[in-house]
Design a protein around this ligand. Structure first.
Ligand code: SRM
Ligand code: SF4
Length: 573
């Protein structure tokens, strides 16, 4: 079926009204809309009509600072509209020259002055005012960065296990992440035309994504076991690297993960990805293309809350989806090859790589690179970028690797990192294994604090661990400001999901490897309820756990929460 003939699939009511985003995409002239004239509209700092949504396909979201919104309303001013920009960085690799360019831009042209590392291995600028947007894209382009398709109903930034040191497969896996990212990009030249003053051209088709693009966002990873840092089960499509004698020979393909839900809507749930089987390397792009094309044609375009691949699999059956991918790609999946995930945290400190170069992973709380009074993280990164000969790698845990350092430069880089607080020996394992999404003040969807609350929460959990004599241990703790779950709380041992100011739903029972969805334990509670509850549970864990048993495994074994095996039936049961 050609994409322009797209009709809602028969599985869904063919007469139902399509989601408004479908109209918007159809009428967008391949993502151009009226963004260009809108840029010079002096009446608003924001984007009008459909452009508000269309700029997402170009990697930007319109936002305003929610802390100052009430005051501006009082003064009868429109919200201080600005955009957040999210770059496309397959595998999270950025060169020192690129770093210096984004560092300068963050300082000079953003409201917050920060570089924010995200849970998907890239960076965001927050607070770019309309007059600076075009210049921002041109600056990025001048150093070889773009933000095409990092948001919107497309395949987003492709993740790849970051750590180059533990595996000779890294370079190959990274090359595949880049190839998949390129292969699945929109073909429209709208980005270059609007932001880079590119020559006007006519787009007549989008051969892979379709002229109405995908029903919903789509996420892909390339992962090298045993490290599941990228959290495969948060993603629509995953390529799990399989090697023979240290050489990459193909991938096990996992399809249909995703973590978001809506409070009170049992038709929405976080779901793990299904194992489709093994494919040799040469079929990688074809399989990527056809998992996308089946989701494109079968995904729900009526109800966006049920439009992601995870729901398509549950609506049609995983076997039917897989069979359709095989038919379209002309490739049969083979039996999955064995592999195991054993961890997903970053390995902090120095490690020597297979090429004799050194790699330093530094912890960045919440991924927020900024100069704080006691830690000048941003200046530190800049100073390192000025002398660094390797590259930087952003991890899916919002941390940073200074990669490819020759032995003779280690001491200088380490001294800079220490001087600017990028290495801080006082960070506990608990802190290093906790994560939060952005939430307030920039995220319009936040119901509760996350990034700004996490440091305090960690201190409280550290006190509990110390009280129970396990100060050196940790619990994978993640906080998100709403059930969209950007900080991947739905793969945590303890996940807090914002419900309202100071109120969270508490989920327990994910595991350390990231292969189990946690389950609701407490609903709509504040610290006065969940901290004493955690105190008691940590006490039980410490006194009754099996040797080396993680907190999440313990609460499942003890029946404190039931295990979520099949999300559709178990998650809300
Ligand atoms: Fe997210 C929307 C931030 C990773 C699920 N996410 C948003 C927006 C853009 C809010 C909006 O729509 O206006 C947030 C902007 C906040 C801000 O001010 O920066 C936002 N998401 C983030 C980041 C920056 C969180 C972070 O702290 O690092 C992550 C950026 C990733 C990137 O670089 O591309 C981020 N978002 C995720 C993840 C985790 C992942 O992919 O590993 C998820 C859960 C996995 C999944 O998709 O199932 C996630 N974000 C969502 C959703 C729910 C999607 C759904 O299936 O319903 C939304 C809302 C939406 O799409 O309607 C959302
Ligand atoms: Fe915003 Fe919710 Fe995502 Fe947090 S989880 S960044 S609050 S959309």
């Amino acid at each position: 079926m050609s994409n322009s003939e797209f009709k809602p699939n028969s599985k869904f009511d063919p007469n139902a009204k399509l989601a408004d985003n479908e109209r918007l995409k159809t009428q967008s002239n391949f993502l151009r809309g009226t963004i260009e004239p809108d840029l010079s509209d002096p009446l608003t700092g924001g984007f009008n009509g459909d452009n508000f949504q269309l700029i997402r396909f170009h990697g930007m979201y319109q936002q305003d600072d929610r802390d100052i919104r009430p005051e501006r309303t009082k003064q009868k001013l429109e919200p201080l509209h600005n955009v957040m920009l999210r770059a496309r960085m397959p595998g999270g690799i950025i060169t020192p020259a690129q770093w210096l360019a984004i560092d300068t831009f963050a300082d000079e042209k953003t409201m917050y002055g920060s570089i924010r590392l995200t849970t998907r291995q890239t960076f965001q600028f927050h607070g770019v005012l309309k007059p600076n947007i075009k210049g921002m894209h041109q600056m990025l382009n001048s150093v070889g960065i773009d933000s095409i398709a990092t948001a919107g109903d497309v395949n987003r930034n492709v993740l790849c296990t970051t750590n180059p040191v533990e595996s000779e497969l890294h370079q190959e896996a990274y090359e595949w992440a880049k190839k998949i990212s390129e292969h699945l990009l929109p073909h429209t030249k709208a980005y270059a035309e609007i932001w880079l003053n590119g020559e006007k051209s006519e787009t007549t088709e989008e051969p892979i994504l379709g002229s109405t693009y995908l029903p919903r966002k789509f996420k892909t990873t390339v992962v090298i076991p045993p490290n599941n840092e990228v959290d495969v089960h948060a993603n629509d499509l995953n390529f799990v690297a399989i090697a023979d004698k240290g050489k990459l020979i193909g991938f096990n393909v996992l399809v249909g993960g995703g973590l978001a839900m809506t409070h009170g809507d049992v038709e929405t749930y976080p779901r793990k990805a299904d194992d489709f089987g093994f494919i040799p390397l040469e079929h990688t792009l074809k399989i990527a293309e056809h998992v996308v094309s089946v989701q494109r044609d079968w995904g729900n375009r009526v109800n966006r809350k049920n439009a992601k691949t995870k729901y398509t699999l549950d609506a049609f059956g995983s076997d039917a989806f897989k069979a359709e991918v095989e038919k379209r790609a002309g490739v049969q999946f083979e039996a999955s090859r064995p592999y195991e995930f054993t961890h997903r945290g970053d390995r902090f400190g120095w490690v020597e790589g297979i090429d004799g170069k050194w790699h330093l992973t530094v912890f960045i709380q919440n991924g927020r690179i900024l100069d704080y009074p006691d830690k000048t993280l941003k200046t530190g990164c800049r100073k390192i970028a000025e002398i660094h000969q390797g590259d930087f790698r952003m991890t899916a845990n919002q941390n940073l690797i200074i990669a490819g350092v020759p032995a003779e430069q280690k001491a200088t880089i380490e001294a800079l990192a220490r001087q600017h607080g990028l290495i801080d020996d006082s960070h506990t394992e608990q802190r290093k294994n906790s994560m939060a999404c952005v939430a307030l003040p920039t995220c319009p969807l936040a119901m509760a604090e996350a990034e700004r609350y996490l440091p305090t929460l960690i201190e409280q959990v550290e006190v509990l661990l110390k009280k129970h004599n396990v100060a050196e241990d940790h619990i994978i703790l993640r906080v998100v400001g709403c059930p969209n779950g950007c900080g991947r709380a739905m793969l945590a041992e303890v996940g807090l999901v914002g419900k309202g100011p100071g109120k969270y739903n508490v989920y327990l029972g994910g595991n350390r490897e990231g292969t189990r969805i946690p389950k609701l334990y407490l609903e709509n509670v504040g610290e006065d309820v969940y901290l004493p509850a955690l105190d008691s549970l940590i006490g039980q864990w410490v006194s009754e756990r099996n040797n080396g048993e993680g907190f999440g495994d313990f609460v499942i074994r003890k029946g404190i929460v039931a295990e979520v095996k099949v999300s559709k039936t178990d998650f809300h049961a």
